[in-house]
Design a protein around this ligand. Structure first.
Ligand code: 1GP
Length: 241
């Protein structure tokens, strides 16, 4: 048991910043896992997230088993679908897409996943997932058939996040979408974090150390980066421990 949520909460209380490296099983070759995870271990990363919008059956499990051989960091599922649930990870972000109005992604998939979840020891962390417009269509938008929240309507984004917290969600995740041309703006992060008690995750389109620091300084507690590491592993050198 890795006490994932307790440790996130504790870190936030101590003003520490957290970083998750997101690995998409669909885009990642397990042959390079040892080398890649070695770089993750030497970086400031605190978590490994595993998931994607469209992933073949079994790919997530194979990847989780492989990663575990090379790291002590907590492996957290960030699933696009029920098929991505595997007991080989440590935890699961139980995501409800609260920016959208598609019942399947608000509660439907969750109901479908219960029989599978009952057979695992995963630490399940209820997470309010908020998709924010970034200028182009994202995979989440396409797959879930929901519209993102307008980045101009900051009050609506903040109210959506707060409503998630009031419903009992333990994390709020502001998502610009994988490979977004622009990350969630500092203005949005700062407004949302000011009114939130639970830890705030921010991801999508963060590619530079400057953007990472800007997001932390605006109030992000845990940042998720995937594409930047997929495209250029030298980025790990900039964020060494
Ligand atoms: C996507 O927030 C994550 O769900 C990470 O996005 O791949 O753009 O880093 P990137």
């Amino acid at each position: 048991m890795k006490n994932i949520y307790k440790n996130i909460f504790q870190a936030v209380s101590n003003n520490e910043k957290l970083l998750a490296v997101l690995i998409d099983p669909d885009k990642f070759s397990v042959n390079k896992a040892e080398d890649f995870i070695g770089k993750v271990n030497q970086s400031i990363a605190t978590h490994i997230f595993v998931g994607g919008s469209e992933v073949d059956d079994n790919a997530t499990e194979v990847l989780a088993i492989t990663i575990k051989k090379y790291t002590q960091l907590p492996i957290v599922l960030f699933p696009g679908d029920v098929t991505q649930i595997t007991n080989k990870a440590d935890g699961l972000l139980f995501l409800s897409l609260i920016s959208g109005r598609n019942p399947e992604y608000l509660i439907g998939k969750h109901v479908d996943s219960v029989s599978k979840l009952k057979e695992t020891n995963l630490e399940i962390i209820p997470t309010g997932y908020i998709l924010i417009e970034n200028g182009k269509e994202t995979a989440v938008q396409r797959v879930t058939e929901t519209a993102p929240l307008s980045r101009a309507n900051i009050q609506l984004i903040a109210d959506t996040a707060k409503a998630g917290e009031l419903l009992g969600m333990k994390l709020i995740y502001l998502e610009a979408g994988s490979g977004a041309s622009e990350p969630v703006s500092p203005k949005i992060i700062s407004k949302v974090s000011r009114h939130l008690q639970v830890p705030l995750i921010v991801g999508g389109g963060i590619r530079t150390k400057h953007q990472l620091e800007e997001a932390y300084n605006s109030g992000a507690d845990l940042i998720v980066i995937g594409t930047a590491f997929e495209d250029d592993e030298t980025f790990f050198e900039e964020i060494r421990k």
